[in-house]
Write a protein that binds this ligand. Sequence first.
Ligand SMILES: Cc1ncc(C[n+]2csc(CCOP(=O)(O)OP(=O)(O)O)c2C)c(N)n1
Ligand SMILES: [Mg+2]
Length: 609
Amino acid sequence: MSTTRQIPRASDAPPATRVVDVTLAYLAAEGAQVVFGVPGGLLHHFFVAVEQHPDFKLIVSKHEQGAAFMADGYARTGHRLAVCAATSGPGATNLLTGVACAFADGIPLLVITGQAARGALGRGAAQETAPEDMDVVGMFRPVTKYSAMVTSAERMAHHLRRALRQALTGRQGPVHLNIPVDLWEEPLDEHWLEPRSYRPSSGSFDRREVQRATELLVGAERPAILAGCGVARACAGEHLRTLAELLPARVATSPAAKGVFPEDHPLSLGVLGFAGHRDASELLFGDDVDVLLTVGASLNEPTTLNWRKEFLPRDALIQIDIDPHRIGRNYPVDVPLCGDAQRILVELVYHLHRAIRDGRAPASRWADAPPPTRGHARYGRPELRQSDAVPLTPQRWRVDLEAALPPDVLLFSDIGGHMLFNIHDLCLREGQRFLINFGFASMGHGAAAPVGAALVTDKPVVAIVGDACFTMNGMELLTAVEHELPVVWIVENNQMHGIIWHGSQLVGDRKPMLSVRYRRPLEIAAMARAMGLSTWTVERPGMIGAVLRTALAHPGPSLIEVRTDPEIPPPLGERARSIAGFETGEDATGASGSGGGEDREVDRGGDDG
Ligand SMILES: Cc1ncc(C[n+]2csc(CCOP(=O)(O)OP(=O)(O)O)c2C)c(N)n1
Ligand SMILES: [Mg+2]
């Protein structure tokens, strides 16, 4: 293994002899050559170096939160590290929500913030956030895997390696380095660069436990699988499918992992939990399943509907997770498998093939059982899916949309009632991906994150966003216009915070919260046109398919405003029941013996479903 490789640089780049050059060389070695951020005096040298480097691209967002969301979209889509950067003080604090989202979902980001010069710290320097005062390093600590201030040029490479190792090893996540402004141009000679010289590629697992899991799965008559986001993070969708088909086992996904198993597959039960499907809950909360395998699913409240104890199978629970803190966290496990989902699934499939070759046919009896429901009958309120009413029902335009979504689409969803309709009323097929910040559930992610995604993929990027989410980070559409990025935003305009309006009628005193309905109509398409996007407005059934195809064929970004009936409630019922459970202090786990709220406070591991 080489530890003395020279820093790679383009022939016309300045020699890598300063702190800033070494930093960029480490980022290049990790394949992170796009930096998202908003410049400012205390991080000036870094931004200048990024802009002038021929191999890097600087994307200046409209708000630092947008930069963090874009970096998140870039990392989620490209399965690699992404970088966001902001000046000290307000720039850094504006990043916080976006970084927290990445932390909750296990997305690897390097967050770089500026700091006053070392000699000026504590003396009232402009925007200083020294450890003894506003302490920006402390602010980032609870939302990152590592947060540190670098105090000398000699320590820079050490901190970079440590931060990158943390960000990209085990359960991934954001890390933060705070750099005093006088450090960037200091001389530094650094030769240690190859990622494999400072971090392992991926976690291992216990082979004996894999063999036990194989035995249980081969012997199961009613095996089932719950797939979570860990499957997408580990690029293990294909391996999951192979395993499910070999057994065969019926498969549900968590809400956030929608689509990691094709939802039109004969073994698919759809989504379990919040806004999920009846087939999934009847099977996984019923008493039929004898062996249940969970893969990269955190078994959080939305998926298990407040940790219902009926989730436990009759004979054995096998849990695969890269994060040891989640194994057995909410349900007692019979076979714990800690490690990378893809590697473990490869190993399981290998052992299964051997068992079959040795004459042991899997005992699964699903082939003789009635298949899971198909077509409109799978969904709640099928009559609204086929409705020709104007204003449009949220279900009907999604039925039309589904038929026009490209087979390799990256479909982002923002947070709100529209997210629940997306989870419930769309059927995602092989090759289509669903991306959502479900762990922290911050509004506005769907407006900004697709910009980062479009910079790292050639696949079509479509985002479904609510009108209130659009008003949070919609200015980032300008960033897409400036860089001519081909994202199609579909804004579902119901003229209000729909999930709050409908939710308020299900909890507490059940009175609708009037303030969340707009006092004056929001003209989304007009706002987007003013920003330079091509726009369309959809108000009738049967329109969205042709409009989407036109928008996708159009160069640069575009926006489709869909005007829907605000009175149709999203599938919120289960969530309302969960909240009611919290209010009465009810403990639904019956397994862990501790309340969900307390659990989540102690465990900083985040929840990406
Ligand atoms: C930053 C942030 N603030 C508040 C919330 C709580 N919240 C969740 S969804 C929502 C309203 C979403 O409205 P809209 O985007 O119009 O979607 P709709 O529910 O109407 O489909 C609110 C206020 C949140 N998740 N994130
Ligand atoms: Mg709305």
